[in-house]
Design a protein around this ligand. Structure first.
Ligand code: URA
Length: 431
């Protein structure tokens, strides 16, 4: 096949700070997927993009080229479809109550999810702690479940944006993950290819997130929303706090148990508040802005949808969830107000206890994780239980404790406050 460009010219153009043409972008992404542009060449281009950036038009085109590297999922569903994506946080189990809630309120939610890598957990890993539950579904089964139940959470098919899969693995080993245009095009290529009619993004801000500051997170949110707009996908982003874990549970089975509490009308206030905030945005995009998800969640109606959604994928919603073989209690070091419970520290601790994986092929422990027994702003007494560390491998406890070092602060002078949920949603970006 005659190649219209040479990779070195494309790399040089970006290295020297120029904008790539639409034709160059289409070609380089396609040629990389075909193996004509080598890993070394794409690594150099990814680093040039990391250092020089891409403008809005380039980023939207790059996203389109990654979508075109695979197939779009054709959803034939009678209700409006709308999806949510989170940039990843600690204790972020929101998809679990959110998808059945929005389905109960009249929209359909196709959620193609991933597994966790690093200190933020993956939705599929969490759901796989439910006995019998299957992540892998055919495109036909996804369509049928969406039509019948209105919610499906499953693994992305191999044909969805394959260029992104290849490029993400390369970015992971070349220190080019943390680039706004590369993160945004990666996320949006998969979400646009999934074919939902609207998209709500939960862009996390704080120590447990990609973006540490509100300003950085705003840039990412705007880039994501701009890509959606350029591709005709109505998109909104909420900027939400990730300085401390969401809810009390961090891990796999523990997070499922907390999500079930929320679906039964209980659960921690911050999880309920964020679930409802995202549900309102999703319902507005789906044309159901007049439905109030609050009473639906409180009534336990969405729990019925959850049970159907889990059963449809082979899971037993009534089966007991796996329990850890070992529980280690971390006590409050002194009496006072808990001022810091750092999201990253708790996320890394849960990961080291076995809830997450270091390499893609590693297994995860269903029962591993952390339960936070107090939230920042609450008063604690010296020696009272602050955290429970759950694991099947007690040898992991010392390294989990090391991860928590410096992540917990108690002050005897700080005022007590009711911290949640008023600060959870920090800002909103709309197209
Ligand atoms: N999630 C993605 O899907 N891609 C990125 O680049 C970062 C987070």
């Amino acid at each position: 096949m005659h190649e219209p460009f040479a990779a070195v010219d494309v790399i040089r153009a970006k290295r020297d700070g120029g904008a790539l043409t639409p034709e160059q972008i289409d070609w380089v992404v396609d040629a990389y997927t075909r193996g004509v542009v080598s890993e070394e060449q794409m690594a150099a281009l990814a680093m040039a993009v990391f250092l020089r950036g891409m403008d809005t038009a380039e980023t939207a085109r790059w996203t389109g080229a990654m979508i075109d590297s695979g197939e779009r999922l054709a959803l034939h569903v009678s209700r409006p479809t709308v999806d949510k994506h989170s940039t990843g946080g600690v204790g972020d189990k929101i998809t679990l109550p959110l998808a059945p809630l929005v389905a109960t309120c009249g929209a359909a939610v196709p959620q193609l999810s991933g597994r966790g890598l690093g200190h933020t957990g993956g939705t599929l890993d969490k759901l796989e702690s439910i006995p019998g539950w299957r992540a892998q579904l055919s495109a036909h089964a996804i369509g049928r479940q969406l039509e019948e139940i209105g919610a499906v959470v499953c693994a992305a098919t191999d044909t969805l944006a394959p260029a992104d899969r290849k490029l993400y693995a390369l970015r992971d080993v070349t220190s080019t993950v943390e680039s706004v245009p590369l993160i945004a095009s990666s996320i949006m290529s998969k979400k646009i290819a999934e074919g939902a009619g609207g998209l709500v993004l939960d862009v996390k801000v704080g120590s447990g997130a990609f973006m540490g500051s509100l300003d950085e997170a705003r840039v990412l949110a705007k880039t994501l929303v701009d890509i959606g707009t350029a591709h005709g996908l109505p998109t909104r982003a909420l900027l939400t706090d990730m300085s401390t874990p969401l809810g009390a549970a961090v891990g796999n089975a523990v997070e499922v148990a907390e999500a079930v509490d929320v679906l039964r009308g209980g659960g921690p206030d911050d999880v309920v508040a964020l679930t409802l905030a995202l549900a309102r945005e999703m319902l507005a995009l789906a044309g159901h802005g007049d439905v109030d998800p609050g009473p639906v969640l409180a009534s336990g109606e969405a729990y019925e949808t959850w049970c159907r959604m889990i059963s449809a994928q082979g899971g037993d919603p009534d089966a007991p969830l796996p329990k850890p073989e070992h529980v280690h209690v971390v006590e409050a070091p002194e009496s006072g107000v808990l001022t810091t419970l750092d999201a990253r520290a708790v996320g890394v601790a849960a990961w080291r206890l076995g809830a997450g994986r270091a390499r893609k092929e590693d297994p995860v422990q269903a029962a591993a994780g952390v339960r936070c027994l107090a939230k920042p702003g609450e008063r604690v007494e010296a020696g009272s239980p602050l955290l429970e560390l759950h694991t099947d491998t007690p040898d992991a406890v010392p390294s989990a404790l090391a991860a928590l070092d410096g992540g917990i602060e108690v002050s005897d002078s700080a005022p007590e406050r009711a911290p949640w949920p008023s600060t959870t949603v920090l800002d909103t970006v709309r197209s």
